[in-house]
Every structure is written in structure tokens, then in C-alpha cells.
Design a protein around this ligand. Structure first.
Ligand code: ARG
Length: 410
């Protein structure tokens, strides 16, 4: 077979790559840069990514492609979730979930470019990611075969290491790490190891992007996030570079640590730890701006639609027509989502301390308790009379009924 493999360079996908090659298949390894290596190795990120590509070639891949998908991920995936204030079960901002449909799209694009007939990934049969990737591939290219070798033959860590040693697959230091980690500019997820017992507090070594809030600077940091039709920036900087910086600043203040029991698509509950300093801060700021510029009715409906949007992404339905329709709703809303939000990042919290917008519906002269008040106070009397009419009528009826039943029983 001719297979495009989603390749991270880690132990599992390296073993898979070698197994395919040993079995006589042609493999193109596809590696994405979604900003994770910037967060970890700063200036050394390109060298780290080149090393992953070289590793695939050394293992015998026909070719290895490294795709810088940072801007595409941020603009076409992460910011769509931002528009919906998406946090699964009120908590997780969907960092891993958002990258899967992009991985699916790119697997298809690379398979088409090479004329290959199959794509493969290293997801297990217990997770959400297999669903998201395979549904995504089917949506774009139903004729492609999708292979999930770790679903058919689960690979234990000791077996993977033994295989790697036997077949000269280099084992990087990350293979010894006690967690399963997935990261991109929208956040970092940490699973497994001691975290599997939900009573265990996450050890400090689970975190890589955030300081412990207790050790964060007491003074905190104040930032101003600007939105232009829903697209955020800070000091004029946008896109991946902006998100990288926001992650750094918020992470240095201990913002974005999350710890939850999560309900997976495949039915089981799992214990998930995340650190999402940038996305959490942005979503809070986005909500603050919405409250300033949207009508009460828009906010009410949007909260419900946002919830559906979030579930749809989590559940691997990115390619559904419903998402398209909800995107259209969010795009209409975004026409007025221009303005600034000031946020104080302090000891694990992102606190909105101010908002302003040319589209603000807030009116100080209506809201004020001072002398400049223009609100028509006497109009409230008639409003209450009519607004309360059905409730007053209902209460009167209930009182009559109670009266009748005491007459009957006495
Ligand atoms: N539970 C999260 C999700 O389903 C994170 C998954 C992370 N994936 C991983 N292979 N570690 O979106």
C-alpha cells in the first residue's frame, strides 16, 4: 500500500512508520507545525521540527513533509472556536479537538499530491481523536482508506520500546515522560500516568507552559486585547505570533491551568489536565466584548448555539453542514465585534477590567445613578403592570381555587 502517515516523531508513530516499512509499504510521513515546538524550544523550534522530518527519512519513509500550519490553524480553526466561546463542558477550550480536522484535511491534501490511496494515524481506539480524524477524512475523500493500526493492535509502552530497540528506532527522551501530551497554540493537554487516579493532584511536572499561580508575580500583568470584527490582536500583532506571546504572558502569570473529568465521544470518562493560558484569556475577553455590543436576545440565543458548536467540535462533527450554518451566524455577529478589552493577568486569573467599542450598546446616560440620568423612571410603572399581568392573574386564580377547596372540606 501507499500510505500517508500523520507523524509526530514520538515513539508510537515512529514504531508504526518502521512497521509499515518492514511490511513493504510506501510511506510518506506528514508532520505539522502547530506552534507546539515554539512554546517548548523557542528559537530552536525549526531545528526540532527538521529533526523530526529527518528521523522519518532515516527510518525509511519515501518522503517526509513538514507543514507550517500555524496561521491556518489559528485563523480557520481556533478563531472559529473563539467566535463561539467554545469550552467543552464549560472548561476545555478544545485545543486538541480543533487540530484534528486540520490534520484530516492535510492528510487528504498530501495523499492527493502523492497519488497515495491510504492515510494512517496513531490514535488508539479509546479516544476522540480517531473519530475526529477519520470523520474528517471521509468528509473530504471518501475513497481513501483510513488505517488506525493502534486500534487494531494496541501497543503497550514496553512493547513499543522493545520494538524500537530491536529495529534501531531512536528513542527520544520524551519516550520516558510519564504523560501523554498533545499541544498547539490553542493549548496543551496532559493525560495518563499518575493523573489516571482522579484523586491525585496534578504534579508540577505535568505543566510546561504555566507557572504555579502561587508562585506567579504578585503584581500581575495588564494587557489590552483588541478585536477587529472578531479577530484579536495585541499591540498590533496578530495570528500565530500574537497567540504565542499571549500564551507566554498569561502562562507567566499562572493563567490557564485546568483539571477536569471529561466525557469522551466513545462513552467513557477520562481525567484531563490542560494548560491553555492564551485561549482562556482570549475567550474571556471575547465574552466581555459580546456583552458590551450584543443585544440581550442575541446573547441568549448565542449562548445556546455556542454550546452546540462546542459539542460539535468535540464530537468530531467539524465537517457537518450544521457547523457551516452556525459559522454564518457567528460571522454576522462578528460584524460588530470590534473594540478593546483590558485584562489583568494575576496569579492564575484573567480578570477583565474594562471594555470599549464603537458598537457598545451600553449607554452611561441610561445606566447612571448620577444627575445626568436620562432613563424614564415613570415608564417603569406601566411596564411592571403589563409584564406582571399573567403572573398576577395566575396567582389570583390559585387563591380562588384554594378558597373553594377550604369551603368544600370544612
Ligand atoms: N481529551 C482531549 C480531547 O479529546 C485531549 C486529547 C489529547 N490527545 C492526545 N492524543 N493526547 O480533545
Amino acid at each position: 500500500m501507499q500510505i500517508v502517515l500523520a507523524y509526530s516523531g514520538g515513539l508510537d508513530t515512529s514504531v508504526l512508520l518502521k512497521q509499515y516499512i518492514e511490511a513493504g509499504h510506501d510511506v510518506v510521513a506528514m508532520t505539522l507545525n502547530l506552534g507546539e515546538s515554539d512554546m517548548v524550544s523557542g528559537d530552536g523550534s525549526q531545528a526540532a521540527l527538521d529533526a523530526v522530518r529527518q528521523k522519518a527519512l532515516d527510518l525509511g519513509a519515501k518522503d517526509a513533509v513538514l507543514i507550517d500550519a500555524r496561521e491556518r490553524f489559528v485563523e480557520e480553526y481556533a478563531y472559529k472556536a473563539l467566535a463561539a466561546n467554545a469550552r467543552y463542558q464549560g472548561t476545555y477550550p478544545l485545543s486538541a479537538a480543533l487540530s484534528r480536522p486540520l490534520i484530516a484535511d492535510l492528510l487528504v491534501e498530501i495523499a492527493e499530491k502523492y497519488g497515495y490511496d491510504a492515510v494512517a494515524h496513531g490514535c488508539t481506539g479509546k479516544g476522540n481523536d480517531q473519530v475526529r480524524i477519520e470523520v474528517g477524512v471521509r468528509a473530504r475523500a471518501p475513497h481513501l482508506k483510513t488505517l488506525a493500526p493502534l486500534r487494531e493492535r494496541p501497543l503497550s509502552r514496553p512493547d513499543a520500546i522493545a520494538y524500537a530497540q530491536k529495529h534501531n528506532v531512536p528513542i527520544s527522551h520524551t519516550a520516558a515522560k510519564p504523560y501523554s501530551v498533545d499541544a498547539n497554540l490553542w493549548g496543551r493537554s496532559i493525560e495518563a500516568g499518575v493523573l489516571e487516579d482522579p484523586w491525585n493532584a496534578p504534579p508540577e511536572d505535568a505543566y510546561a507552559w504555566t507557572v504555579n499561580p502561587a508562585e506567579a508575580p504578585a503584581a500581575g500583568t495588564e494587557i489590552v486585547l483588541s478585536f477587529d470584527r472578531g479577530v484579536p490582536s495585541m499591540n498590533g500583532e496578530t495570528g500565530a505570533a500574537f497567540l504565542f506571546n499571549l500564551n507566554k504572558i498569561a502562562g507567566a502569570n499562572g493563567v490557564g491551568r485546568l483539571d477536569m473529568i471529561e466525557d469522551r465521544v466513545v462513552g467513557l470518562k477520562s481525567r484531563e489536565v490542560y494548560e491553555c493560558p492564551g485561549s482562556i484569556t482570549l475567550i474571556d475577553a471575547h465574552i466581555a466584548l459580546e456583552r458590551l455590543v450584543l443585544t440581550k436576545e442575541e446573547l441568549r440565543l448565542k449562548a445556546q448555539l455556542d454550546q452546540r458548536y462546542t459539542e460539535l467540535i468535540y464530537d468530531g462533527q467539524w465537517s457537518s453542514p450544521l457547523r457551516d450554518a452556525l459559522d454564518a451566524f457567528n460571522a454576522k455577529i462578528a460584524e460588530r465585534m470590534t473594540g478593546d478589552v483590558r485584562v489583568k493577568l494575576i496569579r492564575g486569573r484573567a480578570v477583565v477590567t474594562g471594555s470599549r467599542s464603537p458598537y457598545a450598546l451600553y449607554s452611561e446616560s441610561l445606566a447612571t445613578y448620577g444627575n445626568e440620568d436620562t432613563f424614564k423612571h415613570d415608564a417603569a410603572t406601566g411596564f411592571i403592570e403589563i409584564w406582571g399581568l399573567p403572573i398576577a392573574a395566575g396567582s389570583a386564580k390559585a387563591a380562588e381555587a384554594a378558597q373553594r377547596s377550604t369551603l368544600v372540606t370544612s
